[in-house]
Write a protein that binds this ligand. Structure first.
Ligand SMILES: C[S@@+](CC[C@H](N)C(=O)[O-])C[C@H]1O[C@@H](n2cnc3c(N)ncnc32)[C@H](O)[C@@H]1O
Ligand SMILES: [Zn+2]
Length: 286
C-alpha cells in the first residue's frame, strides 16, 4: 500500500472544485467529490486531473524524450548545489509544523523528492505537472508524494491550503498560485542566469541571448519579493552522452535545427557553467 494513501491532501475536483478524497479506507484507488465526479489512481500511483478542455494539445508539456534526458542528467547530480541552496532557503524560512507544499511544474520529480528528503521537517507534498510522461516517471520513483497531472494555470488544489510552493524552470502563474497559498505563503521560483550553459549555447546559436530570469513581471501583482540570489558553478562534461542529455532536456533542442545538435559532442571533457537565479516571493494576501 502507498504511504500517501494514509495522508490527507488538499486536493479539489477539477470539474466542480469540491474536495476530492479517496472513496473509502478500503477503496483508495478511486477518488471522488461530493458531486460523484470520479478519478482513478494510475498503476504508477498518480491522479490525472487534467480535463480535456484544459489541454492546448493532445500531449501537453514535455515529451518522453525530454523527460528521459532530464531524468538521466539530473541523476548525475550536477545540479546538486542548486538543490542544496533551495533546501537551505526553505529550511531557514519555513517554521510551521508539517507544512503542506507543492512543486508546480515538477517534471519527473528529481527536485521534489530530493527536496522533501532535505527539509528539516516532515511535510505533505504535491507534485504537479502537465506532462503525462513526466508524472508517470515521478510516480514510479516516489510513493510518499501526491502526484497529479494538472496545469499550474489551474491547479486542482484547495484555496489557501499550502504553506509554500516552488516552481523551477517552468511557466509561472501568479494569480492561481496565490489562490492555493495560505496568508503570506511563500513562493520560491528559479530560472537561468545570463551565463547558464554559455559554452553550449555558443556552439548552437549564431547569436547568444544573455538575458537573465526574473519573475517580476509574472509575480509582482500578487507577491512581494523577499530574497533574490544567484548561484554560479561549473563542472566538467564527462561524455558526449552527457552533453546530448543536457541539450535534449532544455528548450534549446527544439529552438535549433537538429543538424546543429551533434556540435555539442565537442563539450566532452570541457568545463561548462551553470548560472541560476533563485527568487523567494511572499503572497500579498495577509
Ligand atoms: C524545464 S521543465 C522543469 C521540470 C522541473 N521543475 C525540473 O526543474 O526538473 C518544465 C516543466 O514544466 C512543465 N509545464 C509546462 N507548462 C506547464 C503548466 N501549464 N502546468 C504544469 N506544468 C507545466 C513541463 O511539462 C515540464 O515538465
Ligand atoms: Zn466534482
Amino acid at each position: 500500500m502507498y504511504i500517501f494513501l494514509f495522508m490527507t491532501f488538499p486536493v479539489i475536483c477539477p470539474v466542480c472544485q469540491f474536495e476530492l478524497n479517496p472513496c473509502s479506507t478500503t477503496d483508495q484507488k478511486t477518488w471522488k467529490c461530493a458531486n460523484n465526479h470520479s478519478f482513478d489512481v494510475s498503476k504508477q500511483g498518480y491522479l490525472n486531473l487534467l480535463l480535456a478542455n484544459q489541454k492546448n494539445s493532445s500531449n501537453p508539456g514535455d515529451d518522453l524524450k525530454m523527460v528521459k534526458a532530464r531524468e538521466i542528467f539530473l541523476e548525475r547530480a550536477r545540479y546538486l548545489p542548486l538543490l542544496e541552496r533551495i533546501s537551505s532557503v526553505l529550511n531557514q524560512r519555513i517554521n510551521t509544523e508539517n507544512p503542506s507544499w507543492a512543486d508546480l511544474g515538477c517534471g519527473e520529480g528529481w527536485y521534489t523528492r530530493n527536496l522533501k528528503d532535505r527539509l528539516d521537517f516532515t511535510s505533505t507534498t504535491i507534485g504537479l505537472d502537465i506532462s503525462k510522461p513526466a508524472i508517470t516517471s515521478a510516480a514510479r520513483q516516489s510513493k510518499s508524494i501526491h502526484w497529479q497531472i494538472a496545469s499550474a494555470a489551474n491547479p486542482p488544489i484547495s484555496n489557501t491550503s499550502l504553506d509554500f510552493a516552488i516552481s523551477l524552470f517552468t511557466p509561472l502563474f501568479g494569480e492561481s498560485t496565490q489562490r492555493i497559498l495560505k496568508e503570506s505563503g511563500l513562493f520560491l521560483v528559479a530560472g537561468t542566469g545570463a551565463n547558464h550553459l554559455i559554452e553550449m549555447r555558443e556552439l548552437i546559436y549564431d547569436e547568444v541571448n544573455r538575458v537573465s530570469f526574473t519573475a517580476n513581471k509574472s509575480l509582482r501583482q500578487y507577491f512581494d519579493p523577499i530574497e533574490i540570489q544567484e548561484l554560479e558553478f561549473s563542472w566538467v562534461i564527462e561524455s558526449e552522452a552527457e552533453a546530448l542529455e543536457l541539450l535534449t532536456m532544455t528548450p534549446h533542442a527544439w529552438r535549433t535545427s537538429p543538424d546543429k545538435h551533434s556540435r555539442v559532442h565537442s563539450l566532452k571533457d570541457k568545463s561548462i557553467q551553470a548560472h541560476f537565479v533563485i527568487e523567494l516571493w511572499q503572497s500579498k494576501l495577509n
